[in-house]
Design a protein around this ligand. Structure first.
Ligand SMILES: Nc1ncnc2c1ncn2[C@@H]1O[C@H](COP(=O)(O)OP(=O)(O)OP(=O)(O)O)[C@@H](O)[C@H]1O
Ligand SMILES: O=C(O)c1ccc[n+]([C@@H]2O[C@H](COP(=O)([O-])O)[C@@H](O)[C@H]2O)c1
Length: 189
């Protein structure tokens, strides 16, 4: 089985995540993409929404695609969600699977700062996809795949919601409904 791992904060999951997963699945002839929500994102300053809501939204975002699933491996682990720990755990659990790790163009240039990156690179092939506003950089042997550039980010969605603006069509219908139902990201000020 060839599996692409898409790690992220998914605060919230948006169409950019789904489009990148679909295009890498196709280009790399993967069997599945597993979305891996982080418990505590290693390099983000802002604290994310509670894990429960992020997980539920990812489940809803991917529910129509039988080749997408979610792994709770990081949510079940304490502390920061370092990718090296996730890879070791998954490779132990699924020794015959061939994993790659999918990242956006904004992350490629920061790989040098990842925890135990030299060791991690020996364990897994990174796949970098184009992201609007970022140059695709082929450092550290990352395999680059250009995909339709979708200028959507979770932070843009959070900001729009805080200002009472529409996020319709930036997320799936199911995620849209979940956010509305639970009044997520609404500014209290
Ligand atoms: N529109 C996009 N195009 C390409 N890659 C993306 C896009 N959105 C997210 N990614 C990548 O998906 C992975 C998970 O992203 P994450 O969940 O942090 O979302 P984000 O939109 O980058 O969030 P935020 O705006 O809060 O930083 C990262 O590797 C990120 O680079
Ligand atoms: O292991 C690390 O040092 C590391 C540093 C930064 C990011 N990551 C992983 O990269 C993925 C995307 O990160 P983020 O911050 O955009 O959600 C997510 O799975 C993170 O756990 C991992």
């Amino acid at each position: 089985m060839k599996i692409g791992l898409l790690g992220g904060t998914f605060d919230p999951p948006h169409l950019g995540h789904l489009i990148m997963a679909e295009h890498v699945l196709e280009a790399m002839h993967l069997d599945e993409v597993w979305f891996v929500p982080s418990h505590v994102p290693p390099h983000k300053q802002e604290s994310a929404l509670v894990a429960e809501d992020r997980l539920r939204m990812v489940e809803r975002a991917i529910e129509e695609n039988p080749q997408f699933s979610v792994s709770t491996v990081e949510l079940e682990r304490e502390g920061k969600s370092f990718t090296i720990d996730t890879m070791k755990q998954l490779q132990n659990q699924y020794p015959s699977y061939d994993f790659c790790f999918i990242i956006g163009g904004d992350m490629v240039q920061h790989l040098d700062r990842w925890h135990r990156i030299d060791e991690l690179q020996e364990l897994v092939q990174f796949i970098g996809v184009g992201r609007e506003g970022y140059q695709l950089d082929s450092s550290r042997g990352v395999k680059l795949i250009d995909i339709p550039r979708i200028d959507i980010s979770s932070s843009m969605i959070r900001k729009r919601l805080a200002k009472g603006k529409s996020i319709r069509y930036l997320v799936t219908h199911q995620v849209y409904e979940y956010i509305k139902e639970h009044s997520l990201y609404v500014s209290n000020s």
